[in-house]
Design a binder for this molecule. Structure first.
Ligand code: PGA
Length: 256
C-alpha cells in the first residue's frame, strides 16, 4: 500500500453465493465490523439480486456496494442482462469487469472487457478490472506479457481523465479459490508491472494514483504481508469475504 498517492481498496467478491435471506446476516456482520475503516475503502460485490438489500443495509455507512458483472451495451434487446445505468441507478459504485471466471466460463475476451470498461466509466461506475495468468502461462514464463496485454486492452479506450476511476485486480488464475496464494514477490512483481504499463501510457503521476489490488486466496493470515508491498493497494477477496470476521481481519490489515 502507498496511501500517500492512492486509495487502498478491499473488495469482497461474493460470487454466486448468498440468497437475499442469507445476505442480510452477512451484510449486518460486515457493517458491524468494517464500517469504521478510515484508511481504506471497503466494497462488497454482491450478486445482482442482493444489490437492493445491500444498498439499503449499507446506506448510512462508508461501505460501498459493487456488482460482479454488467452488459457492455447501454440498453436494448439483451434478455437476462443488466446494464451499467441500472447498476448506477440502484446505488452501485463499483463493478468487477473481466473476472477470470467470466473469461473462462462465459468466453469474455479482452475486446469485450474493453467495451465493458468504457461503458462502466460512461455510467460513472468504477470498474475493477481483473487480469491474471493461468498456471500454464506462468510455467511458460510469459506472465508479464499476458497480464501486460490484458491491461493494455482494457485501457485501450480509456482517456487520461477517466483513468483515475479505474481499479485493477491482479488475480493469478491458479491462485483463485485454490488456497494457493501467489508469493508476496510474485504478486508485487506483477502489480508493479501493471503500474509500469499505466505509466508508459498516461505518465508517472497517473500511474502513482492508480489502485492495484491483489486477489487469489487472500485471507486473514496472508493479507498483512501482501499489503505491506508498496505496489499492492488492496485485495479482491472471494472465499474469505463470505465470513464477516475473516473479511474484517483483512480490512483491519489494510486500515493500519
Ligand atoms: P478467492 O477468490 O479469494 O476465493 O481465491 C478471489 C476472486 O476470485 O476474486
Amino acid at each position: 500500500m502507498n496511501r500517500r498517492y492512492r486509495k487502498t481498496i478491499i473488495a469482497g467478491n461474493w460470487k454466486m453465493n448468498q440468497t437475499p435471506a442469507e445476505a442480510r446476516a452477512l451484510l449486518d456482520g460486515v457493517k458491524g465490523l468494517c464500517a469504521k475503516a478510515k484508511w481504506c475503502e471497503v466494497v462488497v460485490c454482491v450478486p445482482y439480486i442482493d444489490i437492493p438489500l445491500a444498498v439499503r443495509v449499507l446506506k448510512d455507512c462508508r461501505i460501498s456496494v459493487g456488482a460482479q458483472n454488467m452488459h457492455q451495451e447501454a440498453s436494448g434487446a439483451y434478455t437476462g442482462e443488466i446494464s451499467a445505468n441500472m447498476l448506477k441507478d440502484a446505488g452501485v459504485k463499483y463493478v468487477i469487469i473481466g473476472h477470470s471466471e467470466r473469461r473462462q466460463y462465459f468466453g469474455e475476451t479482452d475486446a469485450l472487457v474493453s467495451q465493458k470498461v468504457t461503458r462502466a466509466l460512461e455510467a460513472e461506475l468504477r470498474p475493477i478490472v481483473c487480469v491474471g495468468e493461468t498456471l500454464q502461462q506462468r510455467d511458460m514464463g510469459i506472465t508479464l506479457e499476458i497480464v501486460g496485454a490484458q491491461v493494455k486492452a482494457a485501457l485501450s479506450a480509456v482517456s487520461a481523465d477517466k483513468l483515475r476511476r479505474v481499479v485493477f485486480a491482479y488475480e493469478p488464475v491458479w491462485a483463485i479459490g485454490t488456497g494457493r496464494t501467489a508469493t508476496t514477490e510474485q504478486a508485487a512483481e506483477v502489480c508493479n508491472h501493471i503500474r509500469t504499463i499505466v505509466r508508459k501510457k498516461y505518465g508517472a503521476r497517473a500511474a502513482r494514483g492508480v489502485t492495484i489490488q491483489y486477489g487469489g486466496s487472500m485471507n486473514d493470515s496472508n493479507a498483512k504481508e501482501l499489503l505491506a508491498e508498496l505496489d499492492i493497494d488492496g485485495g479482491l477477496i472471494g472465499g474469505a469475504s463470505l465470513k464477516a470476521e475473516s473479511f474484517a481481519t483483512i480490512v483491519n490489515a489494510a486500515n493500519q
